[in-house]
Ligand binder design. Structure first.
Ligand code: CU
Length: 131
């Protein structure tokens, strides 16, 4: 074999090798997202970064179903408060991106605050108007 052709073949093998290495690195998060059932009274979605997807939500008074979904990459909670007092026995938590949970709560007509109580998430606030 002449030296020139040996060099060409080595180069081809080298390129093939690096191509395989790059393909092996191309992972990615492909965890299937949970989906919320249709017909919930209201739904809050966490979006990047550290935000609810709206500033104002509305819901009917009475026993209501609440959906809480996470499109952000960190854990979030949903707390409902009125005049600075948390509504007891209600807290929804989404752990990771793609999580979705449903809860129920009984609320009278009025204006409520939605909060996330994960440390450092005090900017996650929204208003819920129940009527
Ligand atoms: Cu949060």
């Amino acid at each position: 074999m002449d030296p020139k052709s040996f060099f060409r073949r080595s180069s081809v093998l080298f390129l093939l090798g690096s191509g395989l290495a790059m393909a092996a690195c191309g992972g990615g998060d492909s965890a299937p997202a949970d989906t919320l059932p249709a017909g919930l009274d209201f739904t809050v979605t966490n979006v990047p970064s550290l935000r609810f997807d709206a500033a104002d939500y509305t819901a009917p008074a009475g026993e209501i179903s609440v959906g809480f979904a996470n499109e952000d990459s960190v854990r979030h909670s949903l707390i409902i408060a009125q005049d600075g007092t948390k509504i007891p026995n209600f807290k929804l938590v989404t752990g990771k991106k793609g999580d979705a949970v449903v809860g129920t709560i009984k609320l009278d007509a009025g204006v409520y605050q939605l909060l996330c109580d994960v440390p450092g998430h005090q900017n996650m606030k929204a208003t819920l108007t129940v009527s």
